[in-house]
Design a binder for this molecule. Structure first.
Ligand SMILES: [Zn+2]
Length: 852
């Protein structure tokens, strides 16, 4: 699965604006949906008292499902799935006389044993979660039996069970089912991970189960369907309906089953002889290949480097509305959130290759080879996460890949700082959904990166090939991966796997160096060692520069503190431990400004240059910062050029004429985000030609660049400039935010329609941010009395897919809508209909406060 909700969406490089968030709106409860489950940072006494979450073993296997055949139709008004499931199965090993199937919030209509097309009813009990079927005799493992269950699945009629992603566990989701919402298409799609597919078909809902599958979908003949595998036939039934038959002929785990129904444009593509399709809303048909067009090259690259061809018959990718996560790697049919539906113009600023590579790589790591239990989730997610590095390195170069590696490390360290420190392979948890976090994604990816550097590329990929071949269409645990690496390398790797995958934490190193008597002494101290975090053993590169030449030494760190002395005829100019920043560690090594500046002239890694830049900007004096900035602005990495520009804003250095010239040069950089940052920075140079230069930003194609220009230029205007009109029709937050800032600043009346239109077209965080401008505007211009304001806010408070937007719109209403009994009734009815418990609680407390 793509990383959860908000974080997944924000993490993908959306160019956020430097928007001053106005008004009282607070992001109530708006944070990523995974939180520390049990650990409390730095509070040892507390830790002792907290009970460990329960041990979660792999699901016991009594039966093995061989094949699942589903015949489904839908009651859209009631949000029901009406189904017949034919399940062929056999006892796993021991004889069985009772079968338990997961079937959450079903109405069971009948249960039969099917023998040679004759059916015989079977007795069953149902408790709302599982159906217990009495088989009336013992079946042996050599027996195969076929069970038919007729049912109605009612995913919306039982309160959501999971504590966190409150309404995301329905399994099947109906978007705008009655068509009442004119701004949304009518769609239906499923989300099985972790154990939610048993909300729409009966199964043994565990990742260590595996079956082949056929799904028949009866839908309106105008709609398009998608499921796993290959479409076998599409039969028109004559009454405005058709029946599509999808078949997956290789076995996969239940959570990977999917269906989607809606009005989609299907754009075909090929990766050699493998057929691909991209399913998007019709309006985005013309951009589908711009968004997903690197898929064939990714498939070729991953197949080649793994020495294992893409394992399934075809590959489909579909974008759906109101998705509950970032994306999901259903076998042959990945689902993506609607944020991927962007125009060619928006793709100038950023692309979605990371998430596309991630879901694709899961087709090997997750779908072909599946974690046997959620404790081993990192065997799915760590690899998918690391594939983003691999793809970036292959397509965009090592520097870009290392930039993303730094982001991943930051994600992991932020989670640690939040108090979550547990082993990557973790059998102790309350809810499997708690595991979809930066330990299982980022940290596991970083550990695989270390493993690759330790074994070397050839052994790393040979080991992955060994692992895929040895475990194809089977469940795996971490030992299976270790055994493949040991088989290939011939080395016992228990030490590596245990400390990195099975134990918590990471090394925190204090490094110091000194030079005397023709010798360099290096001291390395492991600071992390405590009751809960152990000692780490790892090889460590040390790079020593003497002027322009460098030598690299490798040493083994295997004690809490080690000191090494190297004979050296003259004092080194710089000593770096782990110069490529491969080791997942925090490294504290005091360096002089001179040494930090040397990072830019030594051909140092991206990581060292980035760290040097950050340290110099935060700790350097004015002269040093000036030098660092000139080096950063000329850096080969666009990421560092952009970072330097961002760091310069608001520091007063930009008035220096040399600096101003360097910044102006970057306004024509080949990367749009660098240009945007350069335009913003140039406004602080006090050059006489600022307006003239900014007009060039307005002529750019990139929304980020135009937005940067608008932000600067509009500060000078009281009357609308003539050129403003051409930007009013561009619905993009980068454009709308500076214009709204200007309208609000100048209290420009008469633009409520423009605000309404933008607010309604934005989604997610963009909508949340624009809502701040919106509320300020209606208050300043006295337009809260306009009935369209109440309508638009009511629409968002009721229909927005993100609970934080529903809360924000509701809170806005309590602030700006006149307090009349009628409006109070509207508010009360919105709160009453709210299904998300977090949002409902906030709405009710706001209502109570209103009443006082
Ligand atoms: Zn994933």
């Amino acid at each position: 699965m793509g990383r959860n909700t908000l974080e997944g969406k924000l993490g993908s490089g959306t160019a956020l604006l430097s928007v001053a968030c106005i008004l009282l709106l607070t992001m109530v409860g708006c944070r990523s949906s995974y939180q520390a489950s049990s650990n409390v940072a730095g509070a040892e006494e507390v830790l002792v008292e907290i009970d460990l979450p329960p041990y979660q073993p792999a699901s016991p296997r009594f039966f093995d499902i061989l094949h699942t055949r589903l015949d489904l139709e839908f009651n859209w008004e009631k949000k029901w799935v009406i189904g017949q499931a034919d399940i062929a199965l056999k006892p796993h090993f021991y004889p069985q006389n009772q079968l338990m199937l997961d079937a959450k919030s079903f109405e069971i209509i009948g249960c039969d044993l099917v023998q040679n097309s004759a059916t015989a009813p079977l007795e069953f009990q149902y408790d709302g979660e599982s159906v217990y079927i009495n088989l009336e005799k013992d079946y042996k493992r050599s027996d195969t039996l076929s069970i038919r269950l007729k049912y109605i699945a009612k995913p919306y009629e039982q309160a959501a069970q999971t504590g966190q992603a409150v309404t995301s566990d329905r399994g099947v989701f109906f978007v705008n089912p009655t068509g009442a919402d004119t701004l949304k298409p009518r769609q239906l799609w499923t989300q099985g991970e972790t154990q939610f597919n048993s909300r729409w078909f009966p199964t043994i809902d565990a990742p260590n189960e595996r079956f082949t599958q056929e799904i028949f979908l009866t839908v309106d003949s105008s709609l398009t369907t998608l499921s796993n595998g290959v479409l076998q036939s599409s039969d028109y039934l004559g009454n405005g309906l058709k029946k599509d038959h999808w078949k997956l002929d290789k076995p996969h785990a239940p959570y990977l089953a999917m269906i989607a129904v809606g009005n989609f444009a299907k754009v075909d593509d090929w990766a050699d002889s493998l057929q691909l399709s991209y399913y998007v809303e019709p309006a985005f048909e013309k951009y589908a290949k711009d968004i997903f067009g690197n898929t064939p090259e990714m498939i070729a690259y991953f197949s080649q480097v793994l020495g294992y061809p893409y394992p399934w018959a075809r590959y489909d990718q579909i974008v759906v509305r109101d998705y509950v996560s970032g994306a999901m790697e259903n076998t042959t049919a990945s689902v993506f959130m609607e944020d991927l539906q962007v125009s060619r113009r928006e793709l100038l600023d950023d692309h979605w290759d990371g998430i596309i590579a991630h879901e694709l790589f899961h087709q090997w790591f997750g779908d072909l080879v599946t974690c046997e239990s959620w404790a081993n989730l990192a065997l799915n997610e760590g690899f998918a996460n690391y594939s983003e590095y691999m793809w970036n390195e292959h397509k965009y170069g090592k520097e870009e890949a290392d930039y993303n590696l730094w982001i991943e490390k930051d994600n992991y360290l932020a989670e640690v700082a939040d108090g979550k420190v547990d082993p990557i392979i973790n059998y102790f948890y309350e809810n499997p959904d708690d595991l979809f976090d930066s330990h299982r994604y980022s940290k596991a990816g970083l550990v695989l990166h270390m493993l690759r550097n330790y074994t070397g590329d050839e052994a790393f990929y040979a080991s992955l090939n060994h692992y895929l071949k040895a475990n194809a269409y089977q469940s795996v645990e971490i030992d299976d991966l270790r055994k493949s690496f040991e088989a290939v390398t011939g080395e016992d790797l228990q030490w590596f796997f245990e400390q990195w995958f099975e134990l918590p934490g990471h090394p925190v190193l204090e490094v110091s160096t000194s030079y005397a008597n023709d010798s360099l002494t290096i001291n390395i101290n492991q600071l992390q060692v405590s009751d809960s975090i152990g000692l780490f053993v790892f090889p460590l590169d040390i790079k020593i520069w003497e002027g322009a030449t460098s030598t690299t030494h490798e040493l083994l760190v295997d004690a809490p503190e080690i000191t090494v002395t190297l004979p050296l005829p003259q004092e080194p100019t710089l000593v770096e431990v782990d110069p490529e920043r491969v080791l997942l560690a925090e490294i504290y090594q005091p360096k002089t400004s001179q040494e930090l500046l040397m990072a830019f002239s030594n051909g140092s890694s991206f990581a060292l240059r980035r760290e040097a830049l950050e340290t110099l900007f935060s700790e350097g004096d004015s002269i040093t910062i000036g030098k660092a900035a000139m080096l950063g602005l000329a850096d080969v990495s666009p990421r560092l050029r952009e970072m330097t520009l961002d760091n310069l804003v608001g520091r007063g250095h930009l008035t220096n004429p040399d600096m101003a010239r360097a910044v102006q040069k970057l306004t024509t950089d080949s990367r749009s985000l660098v240009r945007a940052a350069a335009f913003s920075a140039y406004s602080e140079t006090q050059s006489s030609d600022i307006d003239e230069v900014m007009m060039k930003a307005l002529a750019d194609s990139s929304y980020s660049v135009i937005g940067a220009g608008l932000e600067v230029l509009l500060q000078d205007y009281v009357e609308d400039p003539i050129w403003l009109r051409e930007f009013l029709g561009l619905t993009h937050l980068n454009i709308a935010a500076p214009i709204a800032g200007y309208y609000n600043q100048q209290v420009k009346e008469g633009h409520l329609n423009w605000y309404n239109k933008n607010l309604l077209s934005f989604r997610g965080m963009d909508r949340w941010m624009f809502l701040q401008y919106y509320i300020e505007y209606v208050v300043l211009t006295d337009l809260f009395k306009d009935e369209s304001t109440a309508k638009v806010l009511t629409y968002i408070a009721t229909n927005d897919n993100e609970y934080y937007n529903r809360i924000a719109a509701f809170q806005s209403m309590t602030l700006v809508i006149p307090e009349t009994p009628e409006n109070r009734k509207i508010l009360a009815s919105i709160a009453a209909k709210e299904e998300d418990q977090r949002a409902k609680a906030v709405m009710n407390s706001l209502l109570a406060a209103e009443g006082n």
